[in-house]
Design a binder for this molecule. Structure first.
Ligand code: PSV
Ligand code: MN
Ligand code: MN
Length: 426
């Protein structure tokens, strides 16, 4: 479907008055407090988050999946959907491919389509957690950590193949998430599994093009429920250090045990120049992959507060690969992604409002109350008009969800693609 700037502009008309009312009021208050609005609007527009190629179809659980219809059934259509998201929000300017779920059949055509929609190819993800049809070896007992050299070699080769695919598209990073671990005590030798993983990652690292990064994701449990080889940021950091300068830790918000202080992890990794990527979602119990900001928005703000501090003070840390890694069970995937993108921008905007100088002084004075006030002052600001203004200035929708609905995007997709579509992926 062709969602043009004109469609969005026309739809914006009915929201313009209300928008300027609230924006002018907020802009006035923030300017009086000494904020540079032009800079904040630019920072918001520059902040682009990749959409994973597996997030455009109906989500679901292993118990069931309920289609929303009109879902994309090819990579081309998935990129079209990201184009829709990007047109409305102006913040989804990248795609993160999962291989082998989304191997391009025609590289030139895919590149042209993405280029036309202003979408870049962010980190590529490998998959050694499922057996592929006709694969010689099975990953049932692990991939890069497997006790069998033949299995490890196959998994290494897969990652090298993924790098090759990403390289053709202009990606600059490989993300490795391993399901490797054990389901029962005694099943694995922890030391051997970790050492094999390190050795395998070093082989993959050797195959990285010069300007590429290796991002190593961790997760405490699932699908293995007794142990996971790369269970936490410490394990990931050790492996990254064992590989070299271009290997980094990737933090996925859902990959922590309850109550973990994620903002502290993020801060220390940036200090050490080792935070490479970030997967957004929210969580109530475990790796629930819920809509960003739907459960713990204050925690997300505190994380962003550290990210903003790091982006300003840690030149030793690279630019981060941002990605949404959420599922949407019973929602329209595009609506869910719009909600996640909005929540990310909201937390980012609030973190940009933290008065860092005042906070530093209050910390030096050990004025605990003032420190908290400064954070909460920023957090309590309703920044939604700022987000809307940033979108408006770059040709997006004042209210992406409302425009998505009033422009009948899903109905048009169903008309175009039919009802019985099924996207590949998780
Ligand atoms: C599994 O937990 C997972 O959600 C990881 O977070 C990866 O990033 C993603 O799947 C795809 O490999
Ligand atoms: Mn993830
Ligand atoms: Mn996950």
């Amino acid at each position: 479907m062709n969602l043009t700037k004109q469609h969005i502009q026309d739809d914006n008309k009915k929201h313009l008055d209300a928008h300027y009312n609230s924006y002018n009021h907020l802009a006035d208050a923030l300017t009086k407090k000494g904020h540079n609005l032009e800079l904040i609007l630019k920072q918001l527009s520059d902040f682009q988050v990749a959409i994973p190629s597996w997030a455009l179809g109906a989500g679901g659980t292993r118990f069931g999946r309920f289609s929303f219809y009109g879902e994309p059934s090819s990579l081309e259509q998935k990129i079209d959907d990201i184009g829709i998201l990007h047109s409305l929000t102006q913040t989804a300017g990248a795609v993160s491919l999962h291989i082998p779920w989304d191997i391009p059949s025609d590289y030139q055509a895919i590149k042209e389509k993405a280029d036309h929609l202003n979408i870049k190819f962010d980190a590529v993800n490998s998959n050694t957690f499922q057996d592929q049809t006709n694969a010689k070896e099975s990953y049932k007992f692990g991939s890069l950590s497997n006790t069998s050299k033949a299995v490890r070699d196959q998994a290494i080769q897969h990652n090298l193949d993924v790098i090759k695919i990403g390289n053709e598209l202009g990606s600059k990073a490989l993300t490795v998430w391993l399901a490797d671990g054990s389901s029962f005590p005694g099943q694995n030798n922890f030391q051997t599994a970790f050492q094999y993983t390190q050795d395998s990652l070093i082989e993959i690292y050797k195959g990285l093009p010069k300007d590429w990064n290796l991002l190593i994701e961790y997760k405490p449990y699932e699908p293995n429920f007794y142990s996971t080889v790369i269970q936490d940021w410490g394990a990931s950091l050790m492996l990254a250090n064992g590989c070299g300068d271009k290997a980094y830790t990737l933090v996925d918000l859902g990959h922590h045990l309850p109550n973990t202080n994620i903002e502290q992890i993020v801060a220390i990794l940036q200090l050490k120049g080792k935070l490479g990527g970030f997967h957004f979602n929210d969580s109530k119990y475990g790796d629930d992959d819920l809509t960003v900001g739907s459960i713990k928005p204050y925690a997300l703000f505190l994380i962003f507060n550290e990210l903003v501090y790091g982006m300003e003070n840690n030149p030793q840390n690279p630019d981060l690969a941002w990605m949404i890694d959420a599922s949407h069970n019973i929602k329209d995937p595009l609506e869910d992604l719009i909600q996640s993108l909005e929540a990310i921008q909201e937390a980012y905007a609030k973190a940009l409002l933290v008065d860092q100088t005042a906070l530093k002084n209050a910390q030096l004075d050990n004025d605990v109350v003032k420190c908290q006030e400064l954070l909460q002052e920023a957090y309590r600001t309703d920044v939604r008009p700022l987000l809307a203004e940033a979108r408006l200035q770059t040709g997006g929708a004042i209210s992406p969800i409302n425009s998505y609905r009033s422009l009948s995007v899903r109905d048009l997709l169903i008309k175009e693609r039919g009802k019985n579509t099924l996207a590949t992926g998780l």
